[in-house]
Design a protein around this ligand. Structure first.
Ligand SMILES: C[S@@+](CC[C@H](N)C(=O)[O-])C[C@H]1O[C@@H](n2cnc3c(N)ncnc32)[C@H](O)[C@@H]1O
Length: 447
């Protein structure tokens, strides 16, 4: 299966943009044809061969007659089913078809009254739905209540008690808000907030990152003048704290080892005031290609995208011992982003996570070689699993006595972020209303 990539989701609105939406249709306003479209899209997504947002984007490309509101309806319905798939299967049966799952979702998840199904469902289906509406499937196992696969609930139980796990699972089942990062090279936050206000876009300063703006809704911003001129980018507020942990300075040599489409590269480049050298490495030329127009929009001339074949590529090795700061935003299970990508919990597996852990260790060790004495290495993931987070960092520190850990809380505090996170950064949607992120700050001893 494909590895999760935060970097691939960089559009001003996610590909399945309207997925968390708000622009959906009320019950009773859904035509049979639209319902069939939603059923087809759900069927394709439930194959779990490709990420749901990619499948939906494709569905919308193939069905260009669908308007904005129709797409929003389909995306919201599909994401609703993905979030509560276990519960819906308990209600509608393990072998429920995509159409039955959707009907059950609207009847129970959205609470549509029976009359709303009159134009949509046959008399037989409506009888079945009346049963679904009345069904009480019992409390179920913890994993069932959390709407998680058994393996994932078991792994999360290593670091959460039952109540915390249920709270986390519930928070992961809510749609994510839309956050912006102000490009401080081009604008300041108050000016961006004032302009959004003028344009009738409700927004406020982020609670954690001094560069963040949180929007009240999910407006389309691709054509907004401040997006086009690079004054802001879309970036989860939690993700912005990772850039603050790297804390790059003017004139430094910085490496973003897993840069993807550059979510964090752009932030680091702006923090360096477009000076020094910022290498953006990645093994995916497709992702790096998406970085280039974003760099131009952001007004950054210090970024050097470099395609590497693997973490030990000679193009990386030539920077050995030279970098002031290195960020490893490691490929990971992505389970911290389930609010945006609820399909991941069904597409990931214990075996895939174990493979990823080995890869993360190898990338971290290779990236560490680039750090100069006295330099900083930041290891980050958007995973909630201890094995991808503390496990990788603990093993690294045990094998690399030349590195020691700095307190993430202290690094953030110095930049005006008050967050009781302790030595390592741990963000969760349940506690911080951000995606789930982990990071550790590792400093290489002076020579
Ligand atoms: C979590 S994503 C990075 C997201 C990106 N930093 C951002 O903020 O948008 C992880 C990235 O690691 C890249 N990757 C995977 N294996 C790698 C390796 N061996 N060396 C460098 N990058 C790698 C993937 O292509 C992917 O883009």
């Amino acid at each position: 299966m494909e590895k999760h990539d935060k970097g691939a989701r960089t559009a001003t609105r996610p590909a399945a943009a309207d997925k968390a939406g708000g622009a959906g249709r009320a019950e009773g306003a859904v035509s049979r044809v639209l319902f069939i479209q939603a059923t087809q899209a759900l069927g394709a997504v439930l194959g779990f061969e490709h990420p749901a947002d990619a499948v939906l984007s494709r569905h919308f490309r193939d069905n260009r007659e669908l308007g904005h509101r129709d797409r929003a309806f389909i995306a919201e319905a599909v994401y609703g089913v993905l979030r509560r798939l276990r519960w819906l299967r308990r209600l509608a049966g393990d072998r429920a078809t995509p159409r039955e799952l959707l009907l059950a979702w609207f009847a129970r998840g959205e609470g549509w009254p029976m009359r709303a199904f009159e134009g949509l469902a046959s008399a037989t289906e409506r009888d079945w739905l009346a049963g679904i509406k009345a069904a009480e499937p019992g409390e179920g196992t913890l994993a069932e209540r959390a709407d998680l696969p058994d393996w994932l609930a078991a792994r999360l139980l290593a670091t959460h008690d039952e109540a915390a796990l249920l709270a986390l699972a519930r928070s992961l089942n809510r749609p994510a808000p839309l956050d912006l990062r102000v490009n401080l090279l081009k604008a300041d936050r108050d000016a961006v907030l004032a302009r959004l206000d003028e344009d009738g876009i409700a927004a406020r300063s982020g609670a954690l990152s001094p560069q963040a703006i949180r929007l009240a809704g999910k407006p389309a911003l691709q054509k907004h003048p401040l997006f086009l001129d690079g004054s802001f980018e879309v970036q989860d507020e939690g993700s912005q704290l990772l850039g603050l942990l790297v804390q790059p300075k003017r004139g430094e040599l910085v490496v973003d080892f897993c840069a993807g489409a550059g979510g964090k590269t752009l932030q680091l480049g702006a923090m360096m005031r477009s000076t020094g050298r910022l290498y953006a490495f990645d093994v995916s030329d497709k992702r790096l290609a998406k970085l280039k127009p974003r760099m131009a929009r952001a007004g950054l001339s210090n970024v050097h995208p470099v395609l590497i074949a693997h973490e030990n590529d000679a193009k990386a090795k030539r920077l050995a011992g030279k970098a002031d700061r290195v960020l490893v935003d490691a490929p990971c299970s992505g389970l911290g982003t389930l609010r945006r990508n609820p399909d991941l919990k069904w597409r990931q597996s214990a075996a895939a996570v174990d493979e990823m852990v080995a890869k993360q260790g190898a990338i971290l060790a290779a990236a560490a070689r680039l750090v100069r004495p006295g330099g900083r290495l930041v290891y980050a993931t958007c995973s909630l699993l201890a094995e991808e987070n503390d496990g990788v960092v603990d093993a690294f520190l045990a094998a690399h006595p030349e590195f020691h850990q700095s307190s993430a809380q202290a690094v953030l505090e110095k930049q005006g972020v008050a967050l009781a996170t302790g030595e390592r950064l741990r963000l969760s949607p349940a506690m911080h209303d951000t995606d789930g992120f982990f990071a550790a700050v590792l400093e290489r001893a002076d020579a």
